[in-house]
Design a protein around this ligand. Sequence first.
Ligand code: FE2
Length: 425
Amino acid sequence: MEFLLKNATLPDGRSNMDIACKGGLIVAVERGIDAEAKTVIDAAGQLVAPPFVDPHFHMDATLSLGNPRLNSSGTLLEGIALWGELKPVQTVDEIISRALRYCDLAVAMGIGAIRSHVDICDDELKGVEALLEVRRQVAPYLDLQLVAFPQDGVFRAPTAKQNLNRALDMGVDVVGGIPHFERSMADGAASVRYLCELAAARGLMVDMHCDESDDPMSRHVETLAQETTRLGLEGRVAGSHLTSMHSMDNYYVSKLIPLMAEAGLHAIPNPLINIMLQGRHDSYPKRRGQTRVPELRAAGINIGFGSDCMMDPWYSLGKADMLDVAHMGLHVGQLSSRDDMRWCFEAVTENSARIMGLEGYGLARGCKADMVLLQAADPIEAIRLRPARLAVIRGGKVIASAAPQVSKLALKGRPAVVNPADYAP
Ligand code: FE2
């Protein structure tokens, strides 16, 4: 064997499990594997999971915080305007350098796959050129999937249609959109139809920023579901954000959610950004702006939580921690039962892998030998603690590691060390 993990707890609760890997694949997941291996790690009962998957990110904008200035209102629209100021002055090399630096952190935090939108509303397609190069460079340690994203509106920006097709010709993987940002509701609906037809003709997946507003009448997700069904794209289309659903009329939603389920749409809320950017026109009470996660889940719709941003025009914080994302999604959605909390872990792992169509993902025999060992007893503890990634494994090799988190105490009559993981129920 090349790699053997001993005494691990799996996300499904099985304990004392060993995982043996060879040729970049998992060859056995059993108790008491007795084999020699080049690298052996004793998990000592801690949780091993398949890698975190971020189904929604903007890698062309990441780590640009403060450049050329900060977002003073904190709103989505000022963020878009600020990004519009940065786009013409940034270089391909700058985008590559920031993106690679982000990927270093993402890998250390146990992320194994990222779907990143890339803005195509720049006639030079600098972001596309940069992220295609980044995708090539990180391929040995990170799966990067790119979405052609018309940030300024595929109909609203004069050259966006042409640029979007050029980006897809260059090798961008997925068709994006932003219907709520087009000039009118009618244009928004037409953009959904245009983009879904384009994806169907090219055999590609679709992932749209859809209804990222508090406007209950922003109903482009309905058109997205309808077009998905009409074009036979079931299972290949995702609606990102869907924040207007938070504010919609309940009767309307009772019709909408079954349509979304019928279309096999995936939903991608971005809890950190949604709670930060939505409800900005409200006084009190302020809406939360996260889409209806429990109700979508109950309808059988696959949901993955995305991080969306880190230190960019829209969001100043973040550390590539998908457990921060799950933690926020859990709180905002009041997903507090044991089952709900375990599901939040799935929303940043297997559900998001399904959205991206990742092959060989999981901790079963025959899957890729990719996994992350956490300093936590189980998925709920992982969300509670957002702990150290003790080891990140890719293709059966350790590509990142961290020391366990422990604090020393200097209190008379109290323990010498304290570790939040020791407080597990
Ligand atoms: Fe986004």
